[in-house]
Design a protein around this ligand. Sequence first.
Ligand SMILES: [Zn+2]
Length: 478
Amino acid sequence: MMLETRPLTANVTLKMHEFRKALPVLREQGWIPAVLQAEHEFLRLAGVGETLALRTHNALQAASPQDHPAFGDLFFRGADIYYCVSASSPMRASGPRGGALEVGLISKNPADADKRVRTFAAAVEMAVMTAVEAPRAQEMTFDWAPPKPDRSRIADLEAPGGKSELRFVAPKMGRELVRGAAALAEPLAREILDEISLAGFSRMRDVLAARQSKLDAAQEALDKLRRAGLITLEHLLECKKYGTPLTRLSDPDKLQTPEVGALVCPSCGGHFLDESLCEGFSVSDAGKRLARKAHWLRTLIMYKLAELGVPLESMLQNVSESGEDVDIAVEFLGRFWTFEVKQGDFTAGDVVGFNNRCARHRPQKAFVVSTAKVTPDAKRLLGEAATGDPPVCLEGLTKAGEALRAEVYAASLGYACGRLQVIEDITGYDVARVAAARFEEEAPVRRHSIEPPQPPDPEKQSASSTAKLRDRPIPQKQ
Ligand SMILES: [Zn+2]
């Protein structure tokens, strides 16, 4: 699962000494401020009083280059991290609306997250009100509210009136649509749908006869397509004697009526009622829609993203009939991603257009999704053109799900670390690494080895996860 970060900001300008007076009040309530606690331990070991100022003026200035006081603390509670920071630092990933105080919860557990962060906000508020002088307390209004998600990039795409005929709209994930897309994720199902689509109508026995070696799989694919509403069962009346097709019936009971049953076969002269009926399929409107321009693949990717916690309102899909552009755009936790999907191999011929679109949209990450593979030539060209992060190639749908999960997790961790930047600036601690280690899904085994040290391994897990942490949200446009 991704990390949930739930920030709340209040339009309260707190002075640093007021914040430091509020921390002990929080501690009494069971919220242990980790930074303050570490300082106290340091001073205790030094044998000097708790009130001694530990930081030089220079260190504080460095952390907050402008007039804003930067302060903050962390609270490790249960499996979660809570934080309280001055949010006015220019280092903040996305500043609150003029407000200056931010509290937040970082957790792997989304259940009750809003309630939990509200509880913490109430504790901070109470502590501040207790710590400051009465006249100051009267000035403060703690109007806690979550910051609005930034949609500026996708809003630009969505805005009508562009010079091209491109159209981007927010996805709708109806159950039917998702079921249809899931059915088409199966290569055999796509192959069969294509075949029926091309023929207009296919007899079931022909579809199956062409797949003798995998009859069960073919039967299953037909069932799936039909249950998903992508193909429609119809009946074909054939001449019993010569096998000539006579008519297609969506309702075979019609044959019992005299108007149809009494019709005469032009081949053998018998009545329709006595001819033989066989089952077959045609492609439904829903099937045609999903098959066109790999719509099913876009739907599937968006569905996977939604499952991973990316809100639907953070995504746009390209529904233009003509004109080439990215297929999906996502703006999420301060990141802007674009996706291009390809049914079949993504080849060198696809790269030029892709690169042009990357240059135009400047996503922080561009994804290539191929149902088959990204050819080595294409990969080389993609790598050469990339100015920032190289594009992420998702080859094959099974791998795509896993890779997307890792990307969304990394983005959610990067966002959380961005919100803790103030604390990192003040303390000099690698707070991002601490958060990563605390939330690591499968903590790597770190044994304190008594064996001689091994030569450094460039493929080490720690190196790659550190690299990911640098992948932080970019500061917002001012
Ligand atoms: Zn006949």
